[in-house]
Design a protein around this ligand. Structure first.
Ligand code: ZN
Length: 418
């Protein structure tokens, strides 16, 4: 048993975090079997939607014109604007450099063509192996949308057998656009109506059950606007209470809610055009209290919601708070949130998820986050040592493994798949 001293603490924490396998509980990346749904390589990395938005801070080019360009031309343009003509100091910009550097490339060369050449020497399968090994990620949870035609076809053809990629059944089209998606459900053999009568409720439950089982989904998930309310007289509220939660209980899987996204405040920017708004935690309190046999995985997008969200998790053990989502995934905010959550919740939360859309992003998102989580842990353990409390290496290992993956698996009641 190696005891930790004030002097050995920083290195011991770093070592424990580096060795802990990461389960990334929310991403948008896919296994190789999903074909071109999997995005990877430097051109995708540089044209990530965060960077598209940042690019327009520095150019007067009409939005439409950008979107008519091919992928390589888009990447050339963004590389010039964000990396050559300005220093790439934003978190998303810096992330590109971290990812490339950790892949072994000389970012100082600024040679986009050579980075492309490097990426094109891999098959998608080889690149997945390389990125997983480099990032220390062992398992990712995908975002799986049965309303996406391409993806639907993969699942109906047998789905995914790469265990590193687990599924989450994404319900945005069903819950946020039922007035359109009910027509798809009808087409697929679920006789539902627009008003959500009794038959429709049963048929939607059948749809959820069949798809969650087909995907072996670890949870069901939805992203929600700041105006999200339950209970209320809306189809979404009824769908959640009458369809989603009963099926989640039946299958014993959590319902994940990502709350606070204002969709398309600038529709011309497409994926890059979504923004943030403050939400109420009242719907969450209502759901956690009324449905103690349901489990809720929750992240919120507004910085202003973080304190009350952490407090809500103190009140309800069926709520697991996770990650620093999207506009919060910046070092200053990740540190602030991780510190506050640890002070309110001990180690009973999931400090980070990557939300990676491009495979390569696993590298930088986890590298940057691991360092910040480490910094907070060093402070907190340091405070314990100062009281005379003793810590050993095995305890640091246990804590690190919980934060980077174990807490999630324990909450969902399944054995880690690694
Ligand atoms: Zn996401």
């Amino acid at each position: 048993m190696t005891m930790i001293t004030k002097e050995s603490l920083p290195q011991a924490v770093e070592k424990a975090l580096a060795a802990a396998p990461v389960t990334d509980l929310h991403t948008h990346i896919f296994a190789a079997g999903f074909g071109d749904l999997l995005l990877w390589g430097v051109d995708e990395l540089v044209t990530y939607h965060y960077l598209i938005a940042e690019n327009f801070r520095y150019t007067g080019m009409p939005y439409e014109q950008y979107f008519t360009l091919g992928k390589k031309e888009q990447a050339d343009l963004i590389w010039r604007n964000l990396f050559i003509e300005h220093s790439p100091v934003s978190e998303a910009q810096r992330g590109v450099l971290t990812a490339l550097a950790k892949l072994g490339l000389d970012v100082g060369s600024r040679n986009l063509a050579s980075f492309r050449e490097f990426c094109s020497s891999f098959t998608p399968g080889e690149y997945i192996d390389k990125v997983f090994a480099t990032s220390g990620v062992s398992t990712v949870v995908m975002t799986n949308d049965p309303f996406n035609a391409k993806e639907r076809a993969v699942w109906l053809g047998g789905g995914c057998d790469d265990r590193r990629f687990q599924a989450a059944l994404r319900l945005d089209p069903l819950l946020n656009a039922y007035d359109q998606t009910y027509l798809s459900l009808r087409e697929w053999g679920y006789p539902v109506d627009k008003r959500l009568d009794r038959t429709s409720v049963e048929e939607i439950k059948r749809f959820l059950r069949e798809w969650a089982q087909r995907m072996k989904a670890l949870y069901m998930a939805v992203s929600l606007p700041p105006t999200f309310a339950v209970p209320e007289d809306s189809l979404r509220s009824r769908l959640i209470e009458e369809c989603v939660l009963p099926v989640a209980r039946e299958l014993d899987i959590p319902f994940a809610m990502m709350i606070g996204v204002n969709k398309l405040v600038n529709h011309k920017l497409g994926d890059a055009g979504d923004s943030v708004g403050k939400s109420s935690v009242r719907p969450l309190e209502y759901l956690c209290e009324k449905y103690p046999d349901n489990k809720f995985l929750v992240t919120m997008l507004a910085r202003e919601n973080q304190h009350e969200l952490a407090v809500t998790a103190r009140k309800f053990r069926n709520l697991l708070v996770f990650g620093c989502w999207w506009f919060l995934n910046n070092p200053s905010l990740v540190e602030e949130m991780t510190r506050m959550r640890m002070e309110l919740l001990g180690l009973s939360f999931v400090p980070q998820h990557s939300d990676a859309r491009i495979l390569d992003q696993l590298i930088y998102k986890w590298d940057h986050s691991r360092k910040i989580i480490g910094k907070v842990l060093v402070d907190k353990y340091g405070d314990l040592l100062a009281t005379g409390w003793r810590l050993d290496e095995a305890e640091l290992k246990r804590d690190a493994e919980g934060l980077l993956g174990g807490n999630f698996w324990q909450f969902i009641g399944k054995e880690p798949m690694m």
